[in-house]
Design a protein around this ligand. Structure first.
Ligand code: NAP
Ligand code: MG
Length: 495
């Protein structure tokens, strides 16, 4: 793209067009009456709630209000939880039939569906993501994950014909804050379906839906100790990984922490799967349906404030259509409503924490410093809470940090290409290899290019679509192991 060739749409013109009187939305806040947040929670160990010596608060990042307090697990608490999981594994969980395990998983999945509104409101308050996303994506997909793996629990012999798959034993699982309940479901459902017991550590900033899930698990009469939750920050996670009586460690989070976990587990008998970061390339070819592609770009990077490991955070657009795509994109982005995550009309909610906001700001500053051009949506930021305007960087060079590092925020880096070969070379020029998207009218081209992308997931003419039946995982520094689908059973069995 030539410098200055993109006719920048005047901010005022867009604002007038989209936020004139005609387009004002009345507030439509979801009620929080459905949730009863306790002032303090405990660890969930052997079916009981256990307090600890040290506590930390969890806040609502949209208001900065403290929602509740959680205890921080030390090594003794972790040992207690692992012992409970080991006992439950030996005494009960590994001995019952797959049909029995399935019944529990169905119960948990159904209970999540029944309490979906409560889960959605709680997740939105604790995480900052818009209610329409928790309501329509996080919570239904979490329930679907339990129901899907319930279906496998009594069919493992058919999943792996000719062998008798055996559970591994006790799994230590660590999850991030960007999809708190969904990541818990991704970890727990396949582990339980295959006969393993679990100690799970939710992220420090988003423990509330895990605590509600523990309530659901109690109500489902899951035998005590099959699922245990320990709360805390990185130190707690590291101590859990070190515990000698784990058979398996499953981690979702940053590549940096993933590498540290890999070192900690090296030389032990523990199996390891790592779901790490990404810098997805969303590639738009000149034969693509442009209007749909523009919506796909928005879905790819502004969904969940860009706090998505598989986000299409690099837009690779063919030079011949770059000007048109960027024009249309700016108009579309200017129509996104940023603000109160509990409002049913909100498209872009709060950044999950102050440190995450600072990380986004630091990387954006580096982009400007290195010579890229920043455009930000003409919207107002609320006076309280952590918010960031949906933004686009153009004139991005491959070597810029904003083209290589995960910003994990609503910031898109635009890079142009001329030929399919150049597009693939640029898309693969990344230490990550989690996800990518291809937009083209030609199916044959789409399949050929998908095969050349060094990523675990490729979406064709869509982006950020998830299904429990579909495996998810990375290449290169995005980790190894798959979650979802038949493949998602493998990390939890011995065959
Ligand atoms: P993170 O800092 O790596 O934290 C992930 C989890 O690990 C949290 O529960 C964290 O605890 C814990 N942790 C931190 N230090 C640890 C240590 N030394 N040992 C063991 N556990 C430790 O990542 P994040 O910032 O929460 O999440 C964002 C990252 O996750 C992004 O890079 C994103 O791409 C990645 N992600 C990947 C996938 C995938 O499927 N590939 C999905 C979602 C997110 P605290 O947070 O409580 O400190
Ligand atoms: Mg929180």
């Amino acid at each position: 793209m030539k410098n200055g060739n993109v006719a920048l749409v005047e901010k005022s013109a867009i604002t007038e067009l989209l936020f004139g009187d005609l387009w004002h939305y009345a507030p439509a806040p979801e009620s929080t009456a459905v949730t009863k947040i306790k002032p303090q929670y405990g660890h969930f160990i052997n079916g009981n709630w256990e307090d600890g010596a040290e506590h930390f608060p969890t806040i609502n990042p949209a208001t900065e209000e403290i929602l509740s307090h959680f205890p921080e697990a030390d090594e003794n608490t972790i040992s207690k939880a692992v012992d409970a999981a080991r006992n439950a594994y030996k005494r009960y969980w590994k001995t019952i039939s797959g049909i029995e395990r399935a019944k529990y998983l169905y119960k948990i999945g159904r209970a999540i569906q029944e309490r979906a509104r409560e889960f959605a409101v709680l997740e939105t308050m604790d995480n900052g993501k818009p209610i329409k996303e928790t309501r329509d994506v996080d919570i239904p997909l979490s329930a679907a994950h339990f129901l899907y793996y319930a279906g496998w629990a009594d069919k493992l012999d058919y999943a792996f014909p000719g062998v008798k798959p055996q559970p591994l034993g006790v799994a230590g699982q660590i999850i991030p804050w960007n999809f708190p309940l969904l990541m818990a479901a991704w970890k727990l459902a396949p582990a339980l379906a295959t006969g393993n017991t679990v100690v799970l550590k939710p992220a420090e900033t988003t423990p509330l839906t895990a605590a509600l899930l523990a309530e659901v698990i109690q109500e489902a009469d899951l035998p005590p100790g099959v699922v245990n939750l320990v709360f805390g920050a990185g130190k707690t996670g590291a101590a859990l990984v070190r515990h000698p009586d784990l058979d398996k460690v499953a981690f979702t989070g940053s590549t940096d922490v993933g590498k540290r976990i890999q070192k900690s587990v090296a030389g032990t008998h523990k199996r390891l799967t790592l779901e790490l970061g990404g810098k997805g390339a969303n590639m738009i070819f000149e034969d693509a349906p442009i209007d749909q592609a523009v919506d796909g770009i928005v879905q790819g990077i502004y969904f969940n404030q860009g706090h998505v490991c598989c986000a299409g955070s690099r837009l690779l657009v063919q030079e011949s259509i770059a000007e048109e795509v960027i024009q249309k994109l700016k108009i579309r982005i200017a129509s996104l409503r940023l603000g109160n995550p509990l409002d049913k009309n909100t498209d872009v909610g709060a950044i999950n924490s102050q440190p995450q906001l600072a990380k986004i700001q630091e990387l954006v500053a580096s982009g400007i410093e290195e010579g890229a051009h920043l455009w930000a949506a003409p919207c107002e930021l609320p006076s309280k809470g952590f918010f960031y305007k949906p933004s686009i960087f153009t004139e991005v060079a491959q070597s810029h940090r904003i083209a290589q590092e995960e910003i994990f925020g609503p910031v898109l880096s635009v890079i142009t290409f001329r030929t399919p070969a150049e597009a693939i070379e640029k898309a693969n020029n990344s230490p990550y290899g989690l996800a990518g998207g291809i937009w083209s009218d030609k199916g044959s081209k789409l399949f050929k290019l998908a095969g050349a992308l060094r990523t675990g997931i490729v979406w064709g003419n869509t982006y950020n679509h998830f299904d429990p039946a579909s495996p998810f995982g990375g290449y290169k520094e995005s980790g190894y192991g798959r979650e979802g689908g038949l493949h998602g059973l493998l990390p939890y069995i011995r065959i």
